[in-house]
Design a protein around this ligand. Structure first.
Ligand code: AMP
Ligand code: MN
Ligand code: MN
Length: 337
């Protein structure tokens, strides 16, 4: 066999491996608010690997797993929890840049003892752990947990492989976004070799719409608006305009993003007395910096924030910030094709 060049991120250091070295510990796999497939897939994968080493593992966070991710192996063990009970040796957080995104559960976990291990790929990670492993070159924390299991020498089961494959699949937009690297495909190949089934994961993620979903999608798409110069597209959803379960099961921001001239896309969802904003870019503008202006965060091309108040106030504020960022970008965010 030829010596292939290995494109790997920074490998986990001994300090990252040490908390997991013993057998039979107690671990909490702690998720962030509104858990997605990257956080759930990695917590489940690492927890399942620990369970094969006789660890007692609990899985939970401030919100339950969405029904659309009910196919992730072992996700039935993941609970919405208000309180952390019992003593702990290790608390693991993945994909969680800011401890506030546990809604106070991390403080309870610290009081339960043990070490907080922070595994993340967000550039704005606050390094709140006792051990912090941050790799911004990873497309998903799914890549990192794969590297961790490899470094620990623990075998991948089909369930672990499926959880990690789905984490990477979703954070890369099905291997389409600019965060995809050669390493992403190498890891994906290893996960398929270990039992992940790409066609099945795609079917579970994208081919299981409810019968009424296409009508709701039509309703959503009719509301997409485009700026005069075509660089900015947004979708503003007043409270109750569409069913929550429908919004949760779609990446609606991808539709305004898909317009050829668009450099920044924005989804604004009114929820109670707040507006949740999702921002997406194509490399011209750093939307994480826009989200940060409103107390949010994320990645350069995918970020989010929450504004207090209604859509009427939030929409002009967010759009003005995006317009300012576009105007400041080289070439005003590139000429419209
Ligand atoms: P979303 O638009 O909710 O899919 O989130 C895209 C990215 O932005 C993810 O990496 C999130 O972690 C991050 N993000 C979303 N909302 C917030 C927020 N309120 N505060 C910090 N980061 C956020
Ligand atoms: Mn996440
Ligand atoms: Mn992620």
């Amino acid at each position: 066999m030829s010596a292939a060049v290995e494109h790997r991120g920074p490998a986990p250091t001994p300090a990252v491996l040490a908390p997991f070295a013993r057998a039979g510990g107690r671990a909490l796999m702690l998720g962030h608010v509104h858990p997605d497939a990257d956080v759930l897939g990695t917590l489940l994968a690492l927890g399942q690997a620990l369970e094969t080493r006789d660890w007692r593992v609990t899985y939970g966070g401030p919100h339950a797993a969405p029904a659309a991710l009910g196919f992730l192996p072992g996700v039935d063990r993941y609970r919405a929890c208000a309180a952390i009970e019992g003593a702990l040796d290790v608390t693991v957080l993945t994909d969680c840049p800011n401890p506030q995104r546990t809604e106070g559960l991390i403080d309870q976990a610290r009081r339960a003892g043990g070490l907080v291990v922070n595994i993340d790929h967000h550039p704005d990670n606050r390094r709140y752990g006792d051990v912090n492993w941050i790799d911004v070159s990873a497309s998903a924390t799914g890549e990192m947990v794969y590297e961790l299991l490899l470094a620990l020498g623990w075998p991948l089961t089909p369930a672990i492989a499926t959880n990690l494959f789905t984490a990477i699949h979703t954070d890369t937009g099905s291997f389409r976004y600019s965060n995809v690297t050669e390493r992403t495909f190498r890891i994906a190949a290893a996960l398929v070799a270990a039992g992940a089934r790409p066609a099945l994961v795609s079917e579970w993620l994208y081919e299981r719409r409810a019968p009424d979903a296409l009508a709701w999608l039509g309703e959503a798409l009719r509301r997409v608006e485009l700026s005069d110069d075509g660089r900015l597209a947004w979708l503003a959803l007043p409270a109750g305009a569409l069913p929550e379960r429908f919004i949760e099961s779609e990446e609606l921001v991808n539709y305004p993003r898909s317009v050829v001239s668009v450099r920044v896309a924005c989804l604004l969802r009114e929820q109670g007395d707040a507006v949740k904003v999702s921002l997406r870019a194509k490399g011209d503008v750093d939307v994480q910096r826009i989200a940060a202006q409103f107390g949010g965060g994320g990645h350069a091309n995918a970020a989010g924030c929450t504004l207090a108040g209604g859509l009427g106030e939030a929409t002009p504020r967010v759009l003005a910030a995006v317009r300012a960022a576009l105007a400041a970008a080289p070439g005003g965010g590139r000429p419209v094709p």
